[in-house]
Design a protein around this ligand. Structure first.
Ligand code: ADE
Length: 242
């Protein structure tokens, strides 16, 4: 029998793009409660559900996509709000060779890792670079809410190099995105429970240009993401809102 998940008093959703977060902010009627430049913090009334957005780049006025802001976001979440579960939610590329299709929603399975960090030095550096950070057990949630399970890998690029691809293949990666491993590293450092939920906007090993496919499917995937994240949050959160 698959064991039931434990319940969490305070869950923080960490997200990179405003467009990905909007359906969740609307669903839970979250209000903006703080700004830790550039991180934007939204919460429900009793602050048992937080949503922290990476915010905008000061110079380019675009969403702060990628691992730098994700790391900062995780540090703000943990140091300022002490949630007991962090969920990194967002959109991602999926591998059709691993069964991914557009608008599928994945939950992190076994570990999250990096595919663009290579430190070929003696000692622990090669493994340190890959990350391989822990995630909470995914079997119960995946089976209850019909999520796909897969290894999620992060880099700071929407595209990939041939070496990146070899590393993703060697790591049995199903989902490629730009934040999960950075957040997972902070969570590992602070013994913080972590998982990631990712909706597929584009097929990494498909024939379409990534940016075009990403933009075409962004809305659809963000809605699919919301539906599954709501189901998971409602399952895992203690019902403590007044
Ligand atoms: N986000 C959405 N699609 C992505 C991809 N193919 N690579 C990295 N991040 C993504």
């Amino acid at each position: 029998m698959i064991p039931k998940r434990k319940k969490y008093q305070c869950i923080a959703l960490l997200m990179a793009m405003e467009g990905e977060a909007k359906p969740l902010i609307a669903h839970y009627n979250l209000k903006k409660i703080a700004f830790h430049n550039p991180i934007e913090v939204y919460a429900n009334t009793d602050k048992s559900l937080l949503l922290l957005l990476n915010g905008k780049d000061k110079r380019h006025q675009v969403d702060n996509i990628g691992t730098q802001a994700a790391t900062l976001n995780a540090f703000v979440a943990i140091s300022q709000y002490q949630p007991d579960l962090i969920i990194n939610c967002g959109t991602a590329g999926g591998f059709s060779s691993k069964g991914a299709a557009i608008a599928d929603v994945y939950i992190a399975h076994k570990k999250v890792c990096f595919h663009d960090r290579r430190i070929d030095l003696p000692g622990g550096f090669p493994d340190y670079a890959l990350g391989n950070y822990p995630v909470i057990a995914s079997d119960y949630l995946a089976s209850k809410f019909k999520l796909k399970q897969g290894i999620i890998s992060s880099s700071d690029a929407l595209d990939y190099t041939p070496k990146d691809m070899l590393i993703m293949q060697a790591n049995d990666v199903s989902v490629k995105e730009m934040e999960a491993a950075a957040i997972a590293w902070v969570c590992q450092q602070y013994n913080q429970d972590f998982t990631a939920i990712k909706a597929i906007t584009d097929i990494v090993d498909g024939k379409h240009a990534t940016a075009t496919e990403f933009l075409e499917n962004f809305q659809l995937a963000s809605e699919a993401l919301k539906t599954k994240v709501v189901a998971i949050v409602d399952e895992l959160k203690m019902k403590n809102e007044v």
